[in-house]
Ligand binder design. Sequence first.
Ligand code: PLP
Length: 451
Amino acid sequence: MTMRPNSIEARDVASVLHPYTNAAAHRAEGPMVIAKGDGIYVFDTDGNRYIEGLGGLFCASLGFSEERLVEAATRQLRTLPFYHTFGGKANEPGVELAERLLALAPVPMSKVFFANSGSEANDTAMKLVWYYHNAIGKPKKKKIISRQRAYHGVTIASASLTGLPNNHRDFDLPIAGVLHTDCPGFYRYGLPGETEEAFATRCAESLEQLIVCEGPDTVGAFFAEPLMASGGCIVPPPTYYEKIQAVLRRYDILLIADEVICGFGRLGTMFGSDSFGLEPDMMSMAKQLSAGYQPISALMINEKVYNAVVKESAEIGTFGHGFTYSGHPVACAVALETLKIYEERDIVGHVRSVMPRFQSRLSALGDHPLVGEARGRGLIGTLELVRDKASKEPFDAALGIAAHAGKRAQVHGVITRALGDTVNLCPPLAITEAEIDDLFDCITRALDDTH
Ligand code: PLP
């Protein structure tokens, strides 16, 4: 692409280091500049319209023009644009938001800690695992297990939990004490002739073996995103979490559910934990918490973790953790309004009503010659592209087939995201059935166009 001197594209290339972008390619190709949003659509600076097929990184549950959220932010900016929550300071939207979140929790939770991103919420959870075990007199119980292909963020701790090579390579990660067990993706990791339930048993046995091998008194927690979204929409097989949780209970290991994507209706239940029967000790959430309109995340902790914090405070002093913007009043006001809208519009009910259409259009694409498996749940889905459907032989990685399909999708009016060989879809929750049809018509044309 030739960039006009002084254009926004040229100035971007000259001044911005982009997250999750191939820096070498970006220098040559320049950015796609998004100028505005309306409903499920965004528009580039040339006026081209795109369905945001990924909800703008799994965030924009209510689309891109929800006036009530603009008003909630403006109201709060006029009243108290910023205040912190250190040293016991509070603000009303923060308190009301915490109350609402606790009322929605799938299992009894005690307190909410606010942060700004999913990574920070997961970092906080990891620090609390260590703090908790020190408090209860088990200082050796500090190792943390997550899963291959998991995505939990990019800070040093959360990137260590992440189980994707690209997040570790050349960053000298993961840090010591973070281990990765099997990814529960049956399509890729199930053995020939193995049933899904037998595969689930094998995953749980493998986790148990890892715990026993490391020493159960050294393993403190297991992190799980209920459905692994960024790892390629890995839907766990039936009985998986039942078996995993039995292992965790056997060795007294905390469970942290990462609800950053699954939370707030994505799977047709309020949380992913509700869908799969998870009983976590802590839950991290972000993204749809504020419909993406403000950066905010939250970590819910149960009573036993909270009691450990109280005990440590009494013994060693102030809980030494917190972000300047923890409980930011504007972010909390927007998140609170988001939750009110979810309730008033019964967003979970809406997802349940449109998800059969989404899933039937998705699974129909399983017949496409490029698609090895079409899988999903609720309003999230992925197309795993393969060279050979029968043998599941992947395309040569250098070909970047999914990225290529993603580019064709853009030409046909949909923004999606390629991760490895998968093309991922996760549209705004407010999407209608007619819009779902448009989305899949465009994706079908893009696949037909991908060679
Ligand atoms: N956890 C999950 C499951 C995510 O998908 C993400 C981001 O996509 C994160 C954590 C990290 O969140 P953030 O990018 O806000 O730090």
